[in-house]
Design a protein around this ligand. Structure first.
Ligand SMILES: [Mn+2]
Length: 345
């Protein structure tokens, strides 16, 4: 089976990045976090028989960091030619260069079957049979996260923005950028479509509800499918799952018990956790799950305490306001008391 996965680390100092800013305040720290995560992802995949390569725009910087971490043999690193023009300061600046990775994939030999996976992911289970079948049959696959995004942002908003990029959009499905896979000819088609959309995207990016590769790829994938290309969905097949330990957006989410059976887990808000895994936790399902579940209980406990604190604070501030406006508030309470007495009669 000629299947390998790639990650992208586009190093750009002084550019706005992702929620990684929450975990590491300096560029150096962020770079270290990402490289440690990439090492752990690589270990977890290698254990399941899948090769992983980190694509970057600055191989030397990555190699130097790996040397200082003592992990030189744990990660394949490759530099590719990046050509995309991304405006300075654009939100999620680095993720846009995924388009260059698609172009690179398109240039590979025909027998390859490759995928691009986010670095803040980890393999926790063996390759599912369906994934082996897809690779064997050379069927491209992506991750449909419409069930998360549509309730969170509203389908009207999503459709409106997608149609601004391509008027023929009708379903408005949303595809997660954390995993996309296929053959070089699929990536050639995707790249061609994405390049057309990208120009329009840059022209109106400030007005779009979402800035980043997912907007471009979601539009491109609908157009490609409308032309008859079949794509498998990696989410419903349990190949990949996006899981938020802390709900950052309002969308329904299955419990972690469902996600622990996925081949790959994408943990967007646990970047610090992923970077700090030891080799055993990265490679063994049991060690990982034990560690992650105990981390989850701590996260939820802290969240619970914060919630109680917030409730107490707002209650006390309300009481404070009452003291300041005693006559008015008292009359309000009297009214309530009156209603209560009325109801009891
Ligand atoms: Mn991610």
């Amino acid at each position: 089976m000629n299947f390998s996965l790639y990650g992208l680390l586009y190093l750009a100092e002084n550019q706005s990045s992702s929620i990684m800013d929450m975990y590491a305040e300096t560029y150096i720290k962020k770079r270290r976090f990402y490289i440690k995560s990439a090492v752990n992802l690589s270990r977890s995949l290698r254990k399941r028989g899948v090769d992983f390569t980190l694509i970057t725009n600055n191989k030397q910087e990555v190699i130097d960091e790996l040397e200082s971490l003592g992990c030189c043999d744990s990660l394949n690193v490759e530099c590719i030619d990046f050509q995309l023009q991304v405006p300075d300061g654009l939100f999620y600046y680095s993720t846009h260069f995924k388009l260059d990775v698609f172009r690179y994939f398109a240039s590979l030999d025909r027998e390859h079957y490759v995928g691009l996976i986010d670095i803040d992911a980890i393999a926790v289970n063996d390759l599912p049979v369906c994934l082996k079948n897809l690779v064997e049959a050379k069927i491209p696959a992506c991750y449909d996260v419409s069930d998360q995004l549509i309730p969170a942002f509203g389908h009207d908003v999503i459709l409106r923005d997608m149609q601004r990029l391509s008027p023929d959009i009708c379903a408005g499905r949303w595809y997660g950028g954390e995993l996309i896979m296929g053959t070089p000819d699929f990536f050639a088609e995707l790249n061609e479509e994405a390049q057309i959309i990208y120009e329009r995207y840059i022209a109106i990016v400030d007005e779009l509800f979402h800035k980043g590769d997912e907007m471009i790829v979601s539009v491109a994938l609908e157009n490609i499918q409308r032309r008859g290309r079949y794509l498998a969905d990696l989410g419903t097949l349990g190949v990949v799952g996006r899981y938020f330990s802390v709900p950052t957006v309002k969308h329904p989410q299955k419990s972690f018990r469902y996600f622990e059976n996925c081949f790959l887990l994408h943990l967007p808000v646990d970047k610090d956790f992923l970077a700090q895994l030891n080799p055993e936790q990265a490679e063994s399902r049991e060690a990982f799950l034990k560690h992650y579940k105990s981390y989850l209980s701590t996260v939820w406990l802290v969240r619970g305490i914060q919630k109680i604190q917030r409730t107490c604070r707002s209650l006390f501030s309300e009481l404070g306001t009452m003291k300041l406006h005693t006559p008015k508030k008292l009359s309000f309470y009297e009214k309530c008391r009156g209603k209560f007495l009325l109801a009891r009669r």
